[in-house]
Design a protein around this ligand. Structure first.
Ligand code: HEC
Ligand code: HEC
Length: 317
């Protein structure tokens, strides 16, 4: 495959694109146009590593490791642009038919849907593409280094809307990880008990660590404590309208008293249907019985994929 011309072109490309800053030695050379590299790590650390371990050696994984993912998405000749398109297409619709890793859905279940813009996914793709997280020893060598750099960076360039979104996504990652663990080890029916006793407590503990107040609310809530107030209901109504018109749902920041409050849409995917889908066809009878026992006034069934299930409400000081 490697003929002389490709070889020479590669050398020229490397000379043009080689990265001369301090982390150049750790990873593949980064084209200078890729200022998104560091942001990509931050997004992964915040939103993906909780389920996709960056440490290939980890056992009891609840999702494919990063290196397994990279192996199936970045084949030898895949361009960065192609990989970015593939990642956008999967993250916009995590589903069995879109999955490429053989057996992953069977083993781990379908990935919960997270809301990211194409621009954010492109940054994530940049990091995965150029970093060596598929190489043996990457975790031991580089993870801590990257993490320290990431923690040293102030959030100054982020808007309050973005800071709130990071908080919501971080909470979502923690909840999602625990939910998948419960489903995989105890089955859907018993995972309900996990949601009913742990969902709010887990949300609160992540919020406390982030020095914010975070809630998940809905117009069709399951837990009576998760009902939306008037301001939240009007955001939900507007967002449902936008989705019905084919627009992508947008988060919103509101000033309430001395607090800034961010609203962030929570959309359904396949994974949610076993507990929030059609009662006759998608929710198993035992699961439905359990839902009715735990939540006699449940409103949260009958959903389809890609609908607004509720919103994150993030109150920042
Ligand atoms: C709550 C846990 C969880 C979080 C958080 C999570 N994932 Fe996943 N992901 C999974 C599970 C479970 C699978 C396995 C199902 C599958 O392969 O479709 C998966 C599969 C994938 C796949 C491979 C799908 C395939 O088989 O082709 C990609 C790519 C992926 N995730 C990217 C991401 C990225 C990027 C993030 C962060 C923005 C992320 N995931 C966050 C649980 C998670
Ligand atoms: C194992 C069953 C199960 C699965 C799967 C599940 N949920 Fe839930 N969900 C629940 C239970 C139980 C509650 C009530 C939690 C509580 O009591 O705090 C809940 C509550 C919620 C709430 C808070 C509002 C309310 O209705 O109380 C949102 C939002 C939500 N789920 C979204 C989702 C989304 C999105 C998915 C898929 C990514 C999902 N859920 C998957 C069982 C499930």
């Amino acid at each position: 495959m490697i003929n002389k011309t490709t070889y020479i072109l590669t050398i020229i490309a490397l000379a043009i694109f080689s990265c001369s800053d301090e982390h150049g030695a750790l990873k593949r050379d980064i084209p200078p146009s890729n200022e998104h590299y560091a942001e990509g790590f931050q997004l992964l650390e915040n939103n993906c590593f909780s389920c996709h371990s960056p440490n290939a050696a980890l056992e009891n994984a609840i999702a494919p490791t990063m290196s397994a993912m990279k192996e199936h998405y970045v084949m030898d000749d895949a361009s960065q642009a192609q990989f970015t398109r593939d990642l956008i297409s999967f993250l916009n619709n995590p589903s069995e038919e879109n999955a490429r890793i053989p057996g992953a859905v069977k083993r781990f279940g379908v990935m919960p849907k997270m809301s990211f813009s194409d621009a954010e996914i492109a940054k994530i793709a940049t990091y995965i593409y150029y970093s060596e997280l598929d190489q043996p020893g990457w975790f031991e060598k580089n993870y801590q280094v990257e993490k320290e750099k990431f923690q040293a960076q102030p959030d100054a360039s982020l808007t309050p809307l973005e800071i709130g979104k990071n908080m919501a996504m971080k909470t979502k990652g923690v909840l999602g990880k625990n939910l998948l663990e419960a489903i995989n080890t105890q089955g859907t029916e018993n995972a309900l008990a996990f949601c009913s006793t742990r969902a709010i407590a887990l949300t609160d503990s992540v919020a406390a660590s982030l020095n914010a107040r975070i809630r998940r609310v809905s117009d069709k809530n399951r837990n009576p404590d998760n009902s939306a107030n008037d301001a939240e209901l009007s955001y939900i109504a507007a967002t449902k309208l936008a989705i019905a018109q084919g627009d992508s749902p947008k988060p919103q920041l509101t000033q309430i008293g001395d607090k800034q409050v961010g609203y962030y849409p929570i959309l359904t995917n396949e994974m949610c249907m076993q507990c929030h889908g059609q009662e006759e066809t998608e929710i198993l009878p035992n699961t439905l019985t359990r839902i009715h026992e735990l939540y006699p006034n449940d409103l949260a069934t009958g959903y389809k994929v890609d609908e607004l299930r509720g919103i994150w409400v993030v109150e920042m000081k």
